[in-house]
Write a protein that binds this ligand. Sequence first.
Ligand code: ARG
Length: 456
Amino acid sequence: MSKLWGGRFEAPADELVEALGESVSFDARLAPWDIQGSVAHARMLGQQGIISQADADAIIAGLETLASEIAQGQFHWDPALEDVHTNIEAALTERIGDAGKRLHTGRSRNDQIALDTRMWARDQAAAVREGLTALMRALIDFGEAHVETLLPGCTHLQHAQPVLLGHHALAYVEMLRRDRERFAELHNRINVLPLGSAALAGTPYPIDRECVARELGFDSVSRNSMDAVSDRDFAVEFCADAAIVMMHLSRLCEELILWSTPEYGFITIGDAFTTGSSIMPQKKNPDVAELVRGKTARVYGDVTAILTLMKGLPLTYNRDMQEDKLPLFDASDTVQLCLAAMARMIPAVEVHAGRMEAAAREGFLEATDLADYLVEKGVPFREAHHTIGRIVAHCVKHGLRLGDLPEEELRAYSGEFGADALDLLDPRAIVERRGHVGGTAALRVREALQEARAAL
Ligand code: ARG
């Protein structure tokens, strides 16, 4: 089979050109979208009288046969034919003869690959949104099951103030909601039809782009042919949005890993999501959480690769851009796999509520509320902060908790302390005092869980 651009060449390509230039080994997965795009293009060519109706019909029937062969794994992909487009076009021509050679009228592989990648990315963005929703649902279920469980809220990984585990879980739901929004907004920028731009300048044939856009579910057609064949912003954005998801997942994983250590003892991750050691029989390692955290690095690499790929490329299409698929596919596959694994792992997390609550009573998490008590009595906050700091130092020195100090001893630090001060110190009371929107009081957390579920 001669190369599709063979006409003006006399010498064959160097033997390394195929290894370097073939993309079918990775872009064959675009075949279903490539064929859908070609069917719409052929139908439009027939309708506009650019090719005969008989040719259009033959092309469409031929493409449909190829689609099912490919779906059944019966298609032979040939790297000598470079990419998904030429493999399919060559097979089509082999089956239906000359009509197949008319499919590419008014089109270039430059607008064709832009089309395929957009259609593929549109479907993957929807799949990522579903993956995010599934994980959000798992976290909401988890939050509901443990809505009343106390745990120490941290800053700097140091005990700060008590919070409810439901509130903690909802913090991740918020992150994932923003991620889902990002992928929904990305959809709008993906969903512009590039086909019709041809190589870069458009085509002299009387094409009907709107009709192709409608058939393929695009909201609009591109306004500039040069931009349309050279724009990969949507692919960069896809990788970047995926990287943000991974950043969120890795934070959650880090907490699960810490919480499952014997030092914390807050949770046990189910057997199905942990693995043993080949040498240490006692081990139960949180590998799934570690792998998701690790795969975050890959997706960051994908963003860097695709940004660097596009940097400095002059208009319009450049062959460099063939390399965009590797990071794009990898970012999409990785984020979808990790979201699915996390959605299955969360229900397998067993919470040791007693241990968590005990920890919420260690580390002076009541200190801020005790300072607030003095503020209510009219002490300026800075002064109250200093006074409580001295009390804490005293407790640390003598191995006491704030609640261990009798009222008289508190009064030695400030005359404003009354008998009611000690009532404040219960972590549950502390949580309940944060009843504003966005606060950790149980009622608010229940409301927030309901709101989040409704938003699924
Ligand atoms: N395989 C190519 C890619 O992925 C398709 C476009 C080829 N265009 C070209 N002018 N060589 O970018």
